[in-house]
Design a protein around this ligand. Structure first.
Ligand SMILES: Nc1ncnc2c1ncn2[C@@H]1O[C@@H]2COP(=O)(O)O[C@H]2[C@H]1O
Length: 307
């Protein structure tokens, strides 16, 4: 296991040109296992910008890990061995604060963890404990490096200029912006496709890369509104963000969001949002109070935001 620790800020995935010689890892799987694995990996953002061939290599290399209640999958401070994708189970996240282990969140039957130590050669940043029987898919460190970290170099080149122009992210350091690029996924939507559904649980935050989205609210409060029809409240275009409200308020989605024309969005998952966008929280909160004013103007009340 690698014990040399590097400073995350000095880390550059472009320097990673030495792992081409690594042998390709293949863990044979039954058809049934492969189906389950593909299902579990469908929404994993770190895999979303991989070419098809790299993605197949990732799937080949993954191995099933069955876990028991109270099992520690990762201990804070350890060296990183694997990256994990959740197939099932609930996993609590603990971070040491002033020598006390504080539960800062949980993964509930979906998501992934364990990428940080592998991406930045840092010790594990949190402890992950299974609360019930569960199943995970592991990806070894060498394969993660060869496929995911290499791909990050490409992502940085692709998105660096764009991310620098996103007003929300202006107050971040360059290294902080690059960490956002490292974890983001990209998704394309067709005209009219729904990106967010009002009332659903939230797990992602979005930045419009190209195209436009419209934000629609089905109001519970507007008097005399026919059939509770959706009302357009705003649009977002290149460089603007949406989907932060539910993550900040911890409530279900307050509006639905639809693509207007072909649209591409960068997507950041809730854990990375909490970890990386803390410094931008003030700006987002300021904008949230504007939403309330807007809803009062439209519906006579902002109660829809508060549920
Ligand atoms: N608040 C958090 N701080 C650090 N790591 C977190 C947090 N929430 C979830 N994690 C995940 O916990 C993992 C612990 O191992 P890693 O540091 O490799 O990667 C970490 C992240 O994937």
């Amino acid at each position: 296991m690698q014990t040399v620790l590097m400073c995350a800020e000095a880390y550059n995935p472009d320097d990673d040109e030495d792992d081409d010689a690594e042998p390709r890892v293949v863990h044979p799987k039954t058809d049934e296992q492969r189906h389950r694995l593909q299902d579990a990996c469908r929404d994993i953002l770190l895999f979303k910008t991989l070419e098809q061939e790299q993605f197949s290599e990732v799937l080949d290399a993954m191995f099933e890990v069955l876990v028991k209640p109270q099992e520690h999958i990762i201990d804070q401070g350890d060296d990183g061995d694997n990256f994990y994708v959740i197939e099932k189970g609930v996993y609590e996240i603990f971070v040491l604060k002033d020598d006390v282990n504080v539960c800062v969140g949980k993964y509930d039957n979906k998501g992934s963890f364990g990428e940080l130590a592998l991406m930045y050669n840092t010790p594990r940043a949190a402890t992950i404990v299974a609360t019930e029987e569960g199943a995970l898919w592991g990806l070894d460190r060498a394969t993660f490096h060869r496929l995911i970290v290499r791909n990050n170099a490409k992502k940085r080149r692709m998105y660096e200029a764009f991310i620098e122009c996103v007003p929300l992210l202006k107050s971040l350091e360059l290294s902080e912006r690059m960490k956002i690029v490292d974890v983001l996924g990209a998704r394309a939507y067709k005209d009219g496709e729904r990106i967010i559904t009002q009332g659903e649980k939230a797990d992602c935050f979005y930045i419009v890369e190209s195209g436009e989205v419209k934000i629609m609210i089905r109001s519970k409060t507007k008097v005399g509104q026919q059939n509770n029809a959706e009302v357009e409240v705003a649009r977002c275009s290149r460089g603007q963000y949406f989907g932060e409200l539910a993550l900040v308020t911890n409530k279900p989605r307050a509006a639905s969001v639809y693509a207007v024309g072909e649209t591409k969005c960068l997507v950041i998952d809730i854990r990375a949002f909490e970890r990386l966008l803390g410094p931008c929280m003030d700006i987002m909160k300021r904008n949230i109070s504007q939403y309330e004013d807007q809803l009062v103007a439209l519906f006579g009340s902002s109660v829809d935001l508060k549920h």
